[in-house]
Design a protein around this ligand. Structure first.
Ligand SMILES: [Ca+2]
Ligand SMILES: [Ca+2]
Length: 183
């Protein structure tokens, strides 16, 4: 366990060094890094999500680990994109990620900040054969998901541009009720 912890710290340190190079690239270039928000409720910080070995991810804020998934839980390469918003109307910025479960099943999970850690839960899931991740049309800047308070209730919502099989392109909005997204 100690060795693993040391290894994770070593990886974290190595990737932290890489951040400065990445920060000059537009946020849209990678939606798993350069995620800016006030995760501690006070200061503008930068979060990134990274792969930790097989089927696990860690989320860091300014290089400090705030969240680690359980092994076998999350495949980093299946994260379609992430965005920062305040989805539960407290003082802390949160992160929402689109995730491809396979079989045309897409979910949106939210990493809710408590100021020092993220708590992860699934806020929406399409179910099998209901959502084609390939049909997501990039928004301005090339991002696949943005957070916007579309109904001005103080809870950030999620917007995704989607191309239906008949080629009609529509903006889909997933509204937050503070604990989940609804359509
Ligand atoms: Ca929040
Ligand atoms: Ca809203």
């Amino acid at each position: 366990m100690k060795t693993l912890k040391r290894l994770l710290i070593a990886i974290g340190f190595a990737t932290t060094l890489g951040v400065s190079q990445f920060s000059v690239i537009k946020e849209a270039y990678s939606q798993t890094s350069g995620l800016r928000g006030k995760f501690d409720g006070k200061n503008l910080q930068e979060a990134r999500i990274r792969s930790v070995g097989d089927l696990a991810v860690a989320v860091e804020v300014n290089g400090q680990q705030w969240f680690a998934s359980r092994r076998g839980e999350v495949n980093f390469s299946k994260i379609i994109g992430c965005t920062v918003g305040n989805f539960n109307r407290d003082s802390y910025s949160d992160i929402a990620c689109l995730y491809d479960y396979g079989n045309f099943d897409v979910g949106i999970w939210v990493l809710l900040s408590d100021g020092r850690n993220f708590n992860s839960s699934i806020w929406w899931r399409s179910g099998q054969n209901n959502f084609n991740p390939e049909a997501i049309v990039p928004l301005a800047g090339g991002v696949r998901v943005v957070s916007i308070d579309n109904n001005s209730d103080g809870l950030n919502d999620i917007k995704i541009r989607y191309r239906y099989p008949n080629d009609i392109i529509t903006d889909l909005v997933f509204y937050s009720d503070g604990t989940k997204f609804y359509r």
